[in-house]
Design a protein around this ligand. Structure first.
Ligand SMILES: Cc1cc2nc3c(=O)[nH]c(=O)nc-3n(C[C@H](O)[C@H](O)[C@H](O)COP(=O)(O)OP(=O)(O)OC[C@H]3O[C@@H](n4cnc5c(N)ncnc54)[C@H](O)[C@@H]3O)c2cc1C
Length: 302
């Protein structure tokens, strides 16, 4: 598209929501790894209606769409993403409401807020997920988990949108939660309802605090740019496999597999997405050659 001054005009001009769309938005700062290129288009819709309009518009123009949450499970390639990236960071997508033992939560809410809310009203079942960064949407997408269980176990249903903006509702069995993944690829997760159990607030708070201390001791300090590259295979831990392959502390350029917690990638100053990809490839092929185990990616790569 070209305007009268000869410059290419935005495909969102005149759409009614052009004020919420930005172009060539750097994505690195929105991710925990702090690296990677820009999104061709980026939007933070302020209502569900606006989100649906953006999805429909992108679908009609053939512009691919992806959702970003807290960016704690995301590597963006150097080239960035040639499409629309949407963030559900507006208050319209982060409401939390309680009816009896059920909590309904918008998927833009931080997982930590949901857990604190549940514990604060004496509802147990999510507190073991304390310390996992990111949003509820991101947690559902990768079925966030700890040794004490996963988020999918507590989900009753989720409200979703297709990439063309059509609404769908799915009960938990149709969300296909599995280790490190769900059946939610290609869908926008809007909100969901959790079934929890009444419990003593003080007991829940103590449990959450203890789990938080354990979690912090088992990961790099949270000020570090880091991410979990691999899913733990069913019978062993990815960290042990990396260690067996002699890759504890291994690096490519400024990117390293942590020496203390080998299933964490650390991006030091000067790190690039290409270095992360090279280190991931090296770890996967070394572990496979040595053990025959094919590591599966936990990190989403755009
Ligand atoms: C220090 C650290 C500790 C961690 N500990 C754990 C842990 O104990 N257990 C664990 O399971 N994970 C852990 N993770 C990984 C990560 O925090 C989780 O996967 C988290 O749930 C990702 O959420 P996010 O909002 O940051 O997702 P993002 O990184 O923003 O996105 C990840 C994927 O989810 C999709 N997505 C996000 N929101 C939506 C939405 N509303 N609709 C559709 N798709 C969406 C994105 O498109 C992308 O494909 C850890 C990561 C770090 C850095």
């Amino acid at each position: 598209m070209a305007s009268s001054n000869g410059l290419a005009s935005s495909p969102f001009e005149g759409s009614g929501f052009e004020h919420v769309v930005r172009e060539n938005e750097p994505l690195g700062p929105m991710t925990w790894l702090k690296i990677g290129g820009p999104a061709r288009y980026f939007a933070e819709p302020t209502s569900e209606d606006q989100l649906v309009q953006i999805l429909k518009h992108c679908s009609q123009l053939g512009i691919p769409v992806r959702l970003i949450g807290g960016g704690s499970n995301l590597l963006v390639r150097e080239a960035g993403f040639d499409g629309m990236v949407i963030s559900l960071s507006a208050p319209a997508f982060s409401g939390i409401s309680i009816t009896s033992n059920r909590i309904r939560c918008g998927c833009g809410a931080k997982l930590s807020h949901l857990i604190a809310h549940a514990v604060g009203v004496g509802l147990g079942g999510l507190e073991h997920l304390v310390g996992i960064p990111g949003t509820v949407g991101g947690a559902l997408h990768a079925n966030a988990s700890t040794l004490n269980g996963d988020i999918g176990q507590r989900v009753l249903y989720a409200r979703l949108l297709t990439s063309a903006g059509e609404p769908i509702e799915r009960s938990s069995e149709k969300l296909h939660f599995a280790t490190g993944k769900s059946g939610l690829d290609e869908l926008v997760i809007l909100d969901c309802e959790f079934q929890l159990e009444p419990a003593n607030i003080k007991t829940l708070t103590n449990r959450m605090q203890t789990l938080w201390i354990v979690k912090r001791a088992n990961q790099p300090i949270t000020s570090v740019a880091c991410a979990i590259p691999f899913i733990d295979p069913i019978t062993c831990s990815a960290a042990n496999l990396i260690e067996q392959a002699g890759l504890k502390g291994a690096s490519e350029g400024a990117v390293q597999l942590s020496a203390a917690h080998p299933n964490y990638l650390i991006a030091n100053s000067g790190a690039t997405s290409d270095q992360v990809l090279a280190l991931i490839d090296r770890a996967m092929s070394s572990v496979y050659k040595l053990t025959g185990v094919q590591l599966q990616l936990h990190l989403r790569i755009w």
